[in-house]
Ligand binder design. Structure first.
Ligand code: ZN
Ligand code: ZN
Length: 234
């Protein structure tokens, strides 16, 4: 079956995510837009996923748990997991590699952890958009070791895309797919056999994708979506 997906959305936990990107608003918008599946990928942190999963289950929207890592080279890399628990555990592992730079809320924005009622239950005070002390290929290895999928984010974008950050796509890392940004031109780079994902990278509700990108999966579930993407580039 064809699942309408938007697999790169930020919540209000990301400092750059709008305050209206709450669990209920994100899932509600996905429901209104008739998306089958979403992935909320906050920067270097998965702490809003339990609440988003609870709301997504209630509204029958599939949540593929994910995060967006910032590698040492300032390249962004998406990772996806089968379960929220696996993703949260990986998030805790990654947190140990995040420099202890405090967030300047007035400048970067508040990093809110929410419950399923859209109430703030904690504020993350370490700046989440900092680069991890892990290189690009190291991040790829850790994601796969933890059982996740590795998808370099908006590879063609000038800021934080791997093609700009490194100048090339490292050939000795393994990618389950590549994300391209439709907003900028794709340079003439050989992407090999990799399949491409298109997502919104929405930081505001109105920027979430319409049902324009589809993944063929065996069922309407996070597991089936995970398997479909895992099979993309093999
Ligand atoms: Zn990014
Ligand atoms: Zn992003």
């Amino acid at each position: 079956m064809r699942l309408a997906c938007d697999l790169h959305i930020h919540s209000c936990l990301s400092p750059c995510g709008d305050a209206l990107m709450t669990p209920n608003n994100i899932v509600g918008m996905a429901f209104i837009k008739q998306l089958d599946a979403i992935a909320v990928c906050d920067h270097n942190c998965a702490r809003n996923l339990p609440a988003i999963k609870e709301v997504a289950d209630m509204m029958n929207v599939v949540l593929l748990p994910g995060m967006e890592l910032t590698t040492r080279e300032e390249a962004h890399m998406l990772c996806y997991f089968r379960t929220v628990e696996e993703c949260v555990a990986f998030g805790e592992k990654v947190y140990a590699h995040l420099p202890p730079i405090p967030n300047r809320e007035k400048f970067f924005g508040r990093q809110q952890v929410m419950n399923a009622q859209d109430e703030e239950i904690a504020v993350e005070d370490r700046l989440l958009i900092s680069a991890l002390d892990l290189g690009f290929e190291e991040c790829e290895r850790l994601i796969h070791e933890a059982g996740g999928l590795c998808v370099p984010a908006h590879i063609n974008r000038g800021s934080n895309g791997v093609l700009n950050a490194l100048g090339f796509l490292p050939a000795n890392a393994r990618y389950d797919a590549l994300e391209i940004s439709k907003k900028v031109i794709m340079p003439p780079v050989d992407l090999g056999h990799h399949r491409l994902l298109e997502s919104s990278d929405a930081h505001y509700l109105e920027n979430m994708l319409e049902p324009v990108f589809f993944v063929e999966a065996d069922a309407r579930s996070a597991d089936a979506l995970f398997d479909a993407i895992a099979g993309y580039s093999t």
